[in-house]
Design a binder for this molecule. Structure first.
Ligand SMILES: C[S@@+](CC[C@H](N)C(=O)[O-])C[C@H]1O[C@@H](n2cnc3c(N)ncnc32)[C@H](O)[C@@H]1O
Length: 187
């Protein structure tokens, strides 16, 4: 990663901490970045891009493999910031932005748009709704990652219980400090 992008990511992380924007940890950003390089997906979906911090981490790898990120958020101010920050990163051509509720946006996608890699970081209480919307849109061997699976046990409870009974996916909880991410791979 070039030093200009490293500085932008550091600045955005600092801005997020100072302004209560719940960006992913640097650790998760780096993990997504590396996983995308390994997996080489064509279409990536992001639910909850906020101001684009996690999107930039992913877009840096998307550029290397010529993938497209489809990033959704329903908060106008952060959505506008995401577009601005992606312009600043120079990676904007690897991202399609969609403003609106994630479930509605996903349901409006053409039926032939399938995702090989999905990162979910929207409202924690809606994880089960997101999962139900994503499932029919997954390609073979797709990878899905849910952020913040430890920090909000009450909010993620219905999803956590439902996912335990889900067949057809290998699942792994990966610790991230006092939090954790859940990774699913379609088998
Ligand atoms: C934790 S923040 C995302 C942080 C971002 N992934 C990052 O690391 O920079 C959650 C974001 O999800 C968005 N969000 C929550 N529920 C949503 C929904 N149902 N549809 C679309 N966006 C949603 C919020 O507006 C917020 O910007």
């Amino acid at each position: 990663m070039g030093s200009k992008l490293q500085i932008l990511l550091k600045d955005l992380k600092k801005h997020g901490i100072e302004n209560d924007i719940p960006n992913v940890t640097e650790h998760v950003g780096q993990f997504l970045n590396m996983l995308i390089r390994i997996k080489a997906p064509k279409n990536i979906l992001e639910i909850g891009c906020a101001n684009g911090y996690s999107t930039i981490w992913m877009a840096e790898s998307a550029k290397l493999i010529d993938a497209k990120i489809h990033a959704i958020d329903h908060s106008k101010p952060t959505f506008e910031d995401a577009k601005k920050n992606l312009m600043e990163s120079g990676l904007q051509s690897y991202v399609n932005f969609y403003f609106g509720d994630a479930v509605e946006v996903i349901n409006s996608f053409p039926s032939d748009l399938l995702f090989d890699f999905v990162f979910v970081d929207g409202e924690k209480g809606s994880y089960l709704d997101f999962w139900n919307a994503i499932k029919p849109k997954l390609s073979e061997k797709s990878v899905v990652i849910f952020d913040d699976m430890v920090l909000f046990p009450e909010k993620t409870k219905n999803f956590s219980e439902a996912i335990k009974n889900e067949t057809g996916f290998d699942q792994l909880m990966i610790p991230d400090g006092d939090d954790g991410i859940l990774m699913l791979i379609k088998n």
